[in-house]
Design a protein around this ligand. Structure first.
Ligand SMILES: [Zn+2]
Length: 88
């Protein structure tokens, strides 16, 4: 899965991670190497999106090109690992 496909599917409400076919570690967004074992084989893992908000901020002064989007929130979510994941 490419980063572009990941973003398009996330924008459509479908949260997809990737699972290393060697060690089973989950990663999001897509990447080339598994950070845990450096393997390059991945399979899709559908995520439920359930989790806990770890932090958030409200952007009121946007970067160039996004002035019309303010205010908007950026949220860091600790996903519940394994919940709703395919093959979990
Ligand atoms: Zn791995």
């Amino acid at each position: 899965m490419t980063s572009r496909e990941f973003l398009e599917r996330a924008g459509a409400g479908e949260l997809i991670g990737i699972r290393c076919t060697k060690c089973g570690d989950l990663a999001i967004p897509p990447r080339e190497l598994c950070p845990a074992c450096h393997h390059r084989g991945w399979e899709e893992a559908r995520l439920s999106g359930e989790g806990t908000i770890a932090s958030y901020t409200v952007i009121r002064v946007a970067p160039r090109g996004h002035a019309g989007d303010v205010p908007y929130a950026i949220v860091a979510v600790q996903l519940r690992k394994g919940s709703g994941c395919s093959g979990a």
